[in-house]
Design a protein around this ligand. Structure first.
Ligand SMILES: O=C(O)[C@@H](CO)OP(=O)(O)O
Length: 211
């Protein structure tokens, strides 16, 4: 058995709260988002894990979630790599728009397709497939080799950058991924086999905290 990979989506952001498409925009966590990150951290502490390295995006909401977790599990100075490859999906022209206003303008179904489909990009932005096309190579070259060498690795990132990873790890098809919405601040603990497949997956906490 090789190492452990923990994926966690950032806590609620100010734009999650305002119901705005966010993408590469850079809002901070709300108080609730901080609490969600702390709850995820407490779950990891109870689980008893100590990490060898952490990865996060270059967006504040994920960076703060990562640091809140590391502080709470008494690893505040752990080496942390920040990379744009782990950023949220680029929402293009939708960034900053209200999700309900968008439904009124373009219809419920079209907005759902932009938000959750595999390969339909929002105008001027990235589809989940496009997001995966930058997340997967980064995972393969930077993250996976560490896990396979036995390290315990934390990845604090975003709803869609993590959906693209979960899709591959959980061997989900393009239809199945449409129904997946990750909860905020809820750690997913993967143990991998030596051949990179998933040996086990545990979800630590409340899956209902999705925004
Ligand atoms: O706005 C965003 O960037 C994302 C995540 O909050 O939204 P969605 O739920 O549409 O993937």
């Amino acid at each position: 058995m090789s190492g452990t990979l923990v994926l966690v989506r950032h806590g609620q952001s100010e734009w999650n709260l305002k119901n705005l498409f966010t993408g590469w925009k850079n809002p901070d966590l709300t108080e609730k988002g901080v609490t969600e990150a702390e709850e995820g951290a407490r779950a990891l502490k109870e689980y008893g894990i100590q990490f060898d390295i952490a990865f996060t995006s270059v967006l504040l909401r994920a960076e703060r979630t990562c640091q809140i977790i590391l502080d709470l599990i008494d690893q505040p100075d752990l080496e942390t790599i920040h990379d744009e490859a782990l950023n949220e999906r680029d929402y293009g022209d939708l960034a900053g728009l209200n999700k309900d206003d968008a439904r009124e303008k373009w219809g419920e179904e079209q907005v759902h397709i932009w938000r959750r489909s595999y390969d339909v990009p929002p105008p001027g932005g990235e589809s989940l497939k496009d997001t995966g096309a930058r997340v997967w190579p980064y995972y393969m070259t930077e993250i996976l080799p560490r896990v396979l060498s036995g390290q315990k690795v934390l990845v604090a990132a975003h709803g869609n950058s993590l959906r693209s990873l979960v899709m591959v790890l959980d061997r989900m098809g393009r239809d199945e991924i449409t129904g997946l919405n990750l909860a905020t601040g809820v750690p997913m603990v993967y143990r991998l086999n030596a051949n990179s497949t998933v040996a086990s997956k545990e979800i630590l906490g409340d899956m209902s905290a999705a925004h």
